[in-house]
Design a protein. Structure first.
Length: 247
């Protein structure tokens, strides 16, 4: 059974939930992120806050959390004409994909993460890609992940396991998963503590807005990422409230 993992950790809600899951499952966990000159560059600062908060408030996980890796992928930003790497409005392209799609991004991320995992002797790659609540990105699909797992295992002559725990759940269920993980962590505040951490310290907004505070966290409130996060949080709160009602 695997005992170690490398989490693709952007500092957003999904990758933070994945990090919590990895810390609950594995004895040694490291993190990796990529600076591709993304428009929401502030996520790279947010992720450091998340790591700090986990170490400070989740003692059962703190001892498992190892090195963090940040790779410079400026070349990806240079070859990408997208609204995540250029100051352009969000829109749908003729291809049917939103212009937030950065071609090859997850394929490149996984390849480099696999190389780091190989060097660091980490057995699992964990990523927060999802085919339930997503924008149609082809590099987030389950079949893409399975193909990458096979290609990386063959190319490195070593089994490379890719875990995608959010693949078949929606954003409301992702909030619930974070709550459940926080509750089982034994940390003071339990599930509410991890949900609070995600609200206060993670970053999802495509515009990099950290000035507007909403019930679900910081962001512009209108970009596709904010909309998805807000709607998921609303469903999560609604379900939580309903479950707590007497009778």
């Amino acid at each position: 059974m695997p005992t170690s993992a490398l989490v693709l950790f952007s500092g957003g809600q999904d990758s933070t939930t994945c990090l919590a899951l990895a810390l609950s499952k594995y004895e040694r966990v490291e993190t990796i992120a990529f600076d591709y000159r993304q428009r929401h560059h502030v996520e790279l600062t947010s992720r450091l806050h998340v790591l700090r908060e986990i170490k400070a408030h989740f003692p059962q996980w703190a001892g498992k959390l190892g090195d963090d890796h940040l790779l410079d992928l400026a070349v990806l930003g240079e070859v990408s004409e997208t609204s995540l790497t250029r100051d352009t409005a969000f829109k749908m392209e003729q291809s049917g994909l939103p212009n937030t799609f950065v071609p090859g991004r997850n394929l490149l991320f996984l390849t480099l993460a696999a190389a780091v995992a190989y060097r660091r002797d980490l057995q699992v790659l964990m990523t927060g890609v999802c085919e339930t609540d997503f924008s149609g990105y082809p590099d987030c699909r389950d079949e893409t992940m399975k193909a990458m797992q096979l290609a990386l295992s063959l190319g490195m002559a070593k089994i490379c396991l890719i875990e995608t725990p959010l693949m078949w759940i929606d954003k409301a269920a992702t909030w619930q998963l974070a709550h459940d993980l926080g509750h089982s962590s034994g940390a003071l505040g339990g599930g509410e503590a991890l949900v609070h951490l995600i609200i206060e310290h993670t970053h999802t907004c495509y515009l990099g807005d950290r000035t507007h505070r909403h019930a679900w966290g910081y962001g512009c409130g209108s970009c596709p990422a904010c909309d998805l996060r807000a709607r998921g949080y609303g469903r999560f709160v609604g379900l939580t409230t309903k479950q707590s009602e007497p009778g």
